[in-house]
Design a protein around this ligand. Structure first.
Ligand code: NAD
Length: 433
């Protein structure tokens, strides 16, 4: 089967490479020529474990190709995935202009029955809107189906998530579309991956509801952590005690500086906006968002308290990406905190294993270091902002020697406080005794 994926960001590129790995012939399309030129030469624009190898293998074996020419890619494909961005507009609603532009292009090049499947996260009702757009562009009768196939991969473990998902959601309204989508995902079907076959609107809602629920867990545990600090309780043990309850589950119960990335912040805003448009005030989402926006400020207060005020301090920070194993800095709480430190008059020495090139475009006036130890050198505190594995086991005696003042601030609770104190450092975490 020939398919095409429009958009070669995290979702489009990973999905395209993984579908090629399933044995399908995949054309990946992007309007960004530099990106496509790099991909044609096997250069991967994002940091994602295993992706470069998978892309290059499938390029070599002729199952994967890259192009900026959308017309032939559509004409030759039975299924066209839309995987372009859906950023937040100023009012919080999802900006569908990229998705709609692709739909109009697809409409112009329909030359037989095709499935147009949205992998982008799109508001409920988008499937219907895409059918309208295609109908407006093509006044004569054309045969097509619009399918919602939301993507749940996580940056940092994207290939594993695509290849072994917890579930595959397919929102389709014709038996033909269902059969083709099942065929496409046959390798996962054979692994007994749960499939939810539903209508388009419900599939669209499943994605927003899932992200909103996960974001709610994060804000919830952050509030519990804030409360633990006032009550001399330990949030890590609270989270463990809660998470062992199967009805709750332990994931996404790690306190920290708040959630970020290109999905949660915009997706919860989009669902809240969608609810508002229908006259419904989704109160929980609004609270989740407020708590998350307040969290970096709390962290800045914590840092200021630990070092006796930020102005004039030299501070070392570890991690700039919004989470480990990615170079993605979109809505990264680490960046918000560094920005706050700079505005407060601190000098910042920073290190991140993958995100420094991206951070250099967004964040000026900080010293970018070669490794964690260089970031600690001469600083009055070392602050863990993103929990990369390589920051979990630092040589604390060396850190102690390099620091000007022995303060270790662990905003991801990855260290055993006793061990840090044994190394002669003052330890400060989140919601810990
Ligand atoms: P991205 O911003 O990394 O990439 C989007 C790509 O689409 C860009 O390369 C851009 O050049 C391209 N593009 C835009 N308009 C185009 C057009 N008309 N023709 C061809 N290419 C075009 O986006 P992403 O992070 O991959 O996210 C894509 C969608 O998937 C979003 O809706 C997002 O919410 C959703 N999603 C993302 C993740 C994630 O972890 N990043 C996970 C699940 C779902």
């Amino acid at each position: 089967m020939n398919i095409c994926v429009v958009g070669t960001g995290y979702v489009g590129l990973v999905s395209g490479a993984c579908f090629a790995e399933f044995g399908l012939r995949v054309t990946c399309v992007d309007k960004d020529r530099a990106r496509i030129d790099a991909l044609k030469n096997g250069r991967i624009p994002i940091y994602e474990l295993g992706l470069e190898e998978m892309v290059n293998r499938n390029l070599r074996e002729g199952r994967l190709s890259f192009t900026t020419e959308i017309a032939p890619a559509i004409e030759n494909s039975l299924v066209i995935f839309i995987a372009v961005g859906t950023p937040a507009r100023d009012d919080g609603s999802a900006d569908l202009s990229y998705v709609e532009a692709v739909a109009a292009q697809i409409a112009s090049h329909l030359n037989g029955y095709k499935i147009i499947a949205t992998k982008s996260t799109v508001p409920v009702g988008t499937g219907r809107r895409l059918r309208e757009i295609i109908g407006q562009v093509r006044r004569e009768k054309v045969d097509f189906d619009v399918v919602s196939n939301p993507e749940f991969l996580r940056e940092g473990s994207a290939i594993e998530d695509f290849m072994r998902p917890d579930r595959v959601i397919i929102g389709a309204e014709s038996p033909q579309a269902v059969a083709i989508m099942q065929d496409l995902y046959r390798p996962l079907f054979m692994l007994e991956t749960p499939f939810i076959m539903t209508d388009v609107a419900t599939a669209e809602m499943i994605k927003y509801a899932s992200n909103t629920f996960l974001a709610t867990k994060v804000s919830f545990i952050n509030e519990i952590a804030n409360l633990c600090e006032l009550m001399e309780a330990d949030v890590d043990q609270v989270a463990k005690g809660m998470g062992l309850d199967h009805r709750i589950g332990g994931e996404f119960l790690h306190p920290g500086p708040g959630f970020g990335g290109s999905c949660f912040p915009k997706d919860i805003q989009a669902l809240s906006s969608l609810a508002r448009q229908r006259g419904y005030d989704f109160e929980i989402i609004n609270a989740v968002q407020r708590v998350n926006e307040g969290q970096p400020r709390r962290m800045l207060e914590k840092i200021a308290g630990a070092v006796g005020g930020i102005r004039g301090r030299t501070l070392g920070v570890l991690g700039l990406s919004f989470k480990p194993n990615t170079n993605d800095i979109r809505e990264s709480p680490a960046l918000t905190i560094v920005q706050g430190l700079l505005e407060g008059g601190a000098m910042v020495r920073a290190y991140d294993p993958a995100a420094m090139e991206d951070a250099k475009q967004a964040l000026h006036g900080i010293i970018y270091c070669q490794d964690a130890y260089e970031a600690a050198k001469g600083a009055e505190a070392l602050i863990v902002l993103t929990e990369w594995s390589q920051f979990r086991n630092l040589d604390l005696a060396r850190v102690r020697e390099l620091l000007q003042k022995p303060v270790f601030i662990d905003l991801r609770n990855v260290y055993d406080p006793a061990k840090v104190r044994q190394a002669g450092l003052t330890y400060l975490g989140i919601g810990r005794k």
